[in-house]
Design a protein around this ligand. Structure first.
Ligand SMILES: O=C(O)CCC(=O)C(=O)O
Length: 145
């Protein structure tokens, strides 16, 4: 994904774990977040809860029976957002995200844009769970290196 947080109007991404949306069995996935510009608190950098990957998976986004999608909730306690730490980084930095790490980004309240590029990589030994909302067609299986 190319994520373009525009000056003054770039919106927030609420607190989530990437494994909610990219759930593999076994859970062997990493998020790679590349800063294409300096990212700080004012222009909407990432924030994460230190050691938050130990909380376990709180929800999954799955295919619903009969069509569509729904959230499957395992734990609906709120995130301890007071523990969030800003990940202020310079252009060119790579942030590696554990699939269970809770993270968010806030609105861009500055006149500076914040561009980022993200990629999620899945171990070749893993596959999407059967009810994951995303599925690959048989003609386009997950590929390994
Ligand atoms: O770049 C952002 O603002 C949010 C990115 C994010 O949460 C993600 O890639 O999972």
């Amino acid at each position: 994904m190319y994520i373009f947080k525009q000056p003054n109007i770039g919106g927030e991404v609420t607190c989530h774990q990437d494994a909610t949306f990219l759930y593999t069995e076994p859970l062997r996935m990493l998020g790679l977040w590349f800063a294409l510009e300096d990212a700080g608190v004012e222009n909407g950098c990432l924030w994460a809860i230190p050691s938050g990957h130990n909380f376990g998976l709180k929800s999954r986004f799955v295919r619903a029976e009969g069509g569509g999608t729904r959230f499957e909730i395992f734990d609906n306690t709120p995130w301890p957002e007071a523990k969030l730490q800003p990940l202020e980084v310079e252009k060119g930095t790579l942030i590696v995200l554990h699939p269970l790490l809770p993270h968010l980004s806030r609105e861009n309240t500055s006149p500076r844009s914040r561009h980022a590029y993200t990629l999620h990589i899945i171990d070749v030994s893993a596959h999407y769970a059967k009810d994951n909302w995303l599925q690959r067609s048989p003609e386009m299986p997950l590929r390994g290196f």
